[in-house]
Design a protein around this ligand. Structure first.
Ligand code: UDP
Length: 324
């Protein structure tokens, strides 16, 4: 397939672009490089600002794609609370500009478990109520609805993949997580253990969980990559649109992450116990049954230490992240 990947210089986008190429697909990446790294993708690339309608239309006029996988977005929850308009513009407007020109083209969208809001059940199924608690989640849910309306009007199918916590790196340590500033637990814990960063602050130790720290569902970035291909194949094959959780179904606490990083690096993670972070639910765990049933997808990276080991190797090999 000839596939357009937006945001293909970012963490999940670049790993997915390579995964698609390794599976024989022709991949074109566009990215405005505001967060992405030019060094993260070595295939066909166009620097493109997706908020520039004329530029987007001009670019798409010159290409024929069988599918689009749209990663480009802003994804910091805290920033979205402070700058909601920036999030609504960056996360919603480009989808309109792309869809205007991608008549009938299947659209795979990076959605998030943040579309659910505060969980009312131990694991989250796709039909759980959607009440996002921050602008980031609101913008992602808005795009899901936009895509559903487009689909209902007969202008193209879509798959919304509701990621849980993307984690890990390519096992050859060539691609991994490099955010500036880094806010995510696993990179910060690994960097702290390797002496590349100061002590980690654990956000709350008094949660209503077995060890008092928050529980998340950490899904390896290569598993996320394979979910995108499975979703696109479904759509291209004429399968119905929908939204799917992409997670392991297993909850892991912050303390369990720190223990695993300690085992895999051979050094304890230096940490301090801090306050709860605003907007953090105590527990976010997927029920991934629908993706298994309808996309024939399930997480393969289910051993925590093996997953963490890939992140450790990435940070050891690239203490400063990407060089460009
Ligand atoms: N976390 C933490 N200290 C940090 C960063 C994160 O204790 O410096 C916790 C956070 O409260 C959450 C979990 O680690 O429970 C995962 O957070 P992350 O930011 O990696 O992903 P999120 O779940 O917010 O998407």
């Amino acid at each position: 397939m000839k596939i357009l990947v937006t945001g293909g210089c970012g963490y999940i986008g670049s790993v997915t672009a390579r995964f698609l190429r390794n599976n024989g697909h022709e991949v074109t990446v566009v990215d405005n490089l505001s967060e992405g790294h030019r060094g993260a993708w070595d295939g066909e690339f166009h620097e493109l600002e997706l908020l520039d309608r004329e530029a987007v239309h001009h670019f798409l006029d010159g290409h024929q794609f069988e599918g689009v996988i749209h990663f480009a977005a802003r994804a910091y929850v805290g920033e979205s609370v402070e700058q909601p308009l920036r999030y609504w513009r960056a996360n919603v407007v480009p989808v309109i500009f792309l869809c205007e020109q991608l008549e009938g083209v299947p659209f795979v969208f990076s959605s998030t478990c943040a579309t659910y809001g505060v969980p009312m059940t131990e694991t989250l199924s796709e039909d759980h109520p959607k009440n996002p608690v921050n602008p980031y989640g609101n913008t992602k849910l808005a795009v899901e609805r936009l895509l559903r309306d487009r689909d209902l009007a007969g202008h193209g199918s879509y798959a919304a993949l509701r990621y849980f916590n993307a984690s890990g790196a390519e096992p050859d340590a060539s691609h991994g997580e490099a955010h500036h500033p880094e806010t995510h637990l696993i990179p910060l814990a690994v960097q702290a253990a390797l002496g590349q960063h100061g002590p980690l602050t654990v956000f709350g130790t008094d949660w209503d969980t077995p060890d008092g720290t928050c529980i998340r569902d950490y899904v390896h970035v290569l598993d996320l990559a394979s979910a995108h291909l499975a979703a696109l194949k479904r759509l291209v094959g004429g399968g119905a649109s929908g939204a799917w959780n992409i997670g392991t179904g297993v909850g892991v606490s912050v303390r369990e992450i720190l223990d695993s990083v300690g085992r895999t690096t051979g050094s304890d993670v230096p940490f301090i116990e801090g306050e709860r972070r605003d907007g953090d639910p105590s527990m976010l765990v997927a029920n991934p049954a629908l993706a298994k049933a309808e996309l024939s997808w399930e997480a393969e990276w289910t051993q925590l230490d093996t997953l963490i080991e890939t992140a450790v190797q990435w940070h050891r090999a690239h203490p400063q992240g990407y060089s460009e």
